[in-house]
Ligand binder design. Structure first.
Ligand code: VGL
Ligand code: ZN
Length: 209
């Protein structure tokens, strides 16, 4: 598959807290870095995202007395999974993994900074309505096909891919350049949504320049 000037690689949340040793470690999360580095030179445009929460964020179990991480609660916009505190603004855990080296990235998009709403997707927060601005950015730059890599496959990567389709963009998830949390069947659930929405799952080996 040929990559051209209207394509963008979105590298999702490759941050210390999602890698081994981090506060919300995705199993083998750091293994996404090598395939990302392998395909990055093929792309003219790269966007990085960064999960970026205030310390009192409503997605943190610690913000809800009596609740434990990985339980689900109802917030104003619907069900929200509770997480251990992670990616707190300015913390070491919120920094990109030190091995991630993509100085050519053109945008670093931060999300999840509103205390009352979580944001898995790089496009819309979890109310599925509050925009991060990324759709407008891609539109103004005439970027029409998104290729997604990073963490986590079944949360931030997956929701971003679904929203890309909702916005009329073509979406390709680079499966070998992602790792999953896999909480209560979340991988299978996400993949059935990919099928319904027309998100393509491909491997980095399928990309040529
Ligand atoms: C993520 C859970 C909570 C992700 C972020 O990057 O997939 N997952 N915050
Ligand atoms: Zn988060």
């Amino acid at each position: 598959m040929q990559i051209d000037a209207h394509d963008v690689l979105i590298v999702t949340d490759v941050q210390n807290d999602f890698c081994p040793g981090g506060a919300l470690a995705v199993p083998r999360g750091d293994e996404v870095i090598a395939p990302i580095h392998r395909v990055a030179p093929r792309f003219e445009h790269i966007v990085l995202t960064q999960d970026w929460h205030p310390s009192n964020h409503s997605s943190f179990a610690a913000s809800h007395p009596g609740k434990q991480p990985f339980e689900s609660i109802e917030l104003s916009y619907g069900a929200q999974t509770l997480w251990p505190p992670h990616c707190v603004q300015g913390s070491h855990g919120a920094e990109f993994h030190p091995a991630l080296h993509l100085p050519q990235a053109e945008l670093i998009l931060r999300k999840g900074f509103r205390p009352e709403i979580d944001s898995y997707s790089a496009f819309f927060e979890n109310d599925r309505a509050t925009s991060t601005g990324l759709a407008g950015y891609l539109h103004e730059r005439r970027l029409k096909r998104v290729f997604l890599a990073g963490l986590a496959y079944d949360y931030c990567v997956g929701y971003s891919a679904l929203d890309a389709r909702r916005l009329g963009l073509d979406a390709f998830v680079l499966r070998d350049a992602c790792r999953a949390i896999d909480l209560n069947g979340s991988v299978a659930a996400m993949e059935s949504q990919f099928a319904e929405a027309g998100v393509a799952i491909i491997n980095t080996a399928e990309l040529t320049s």
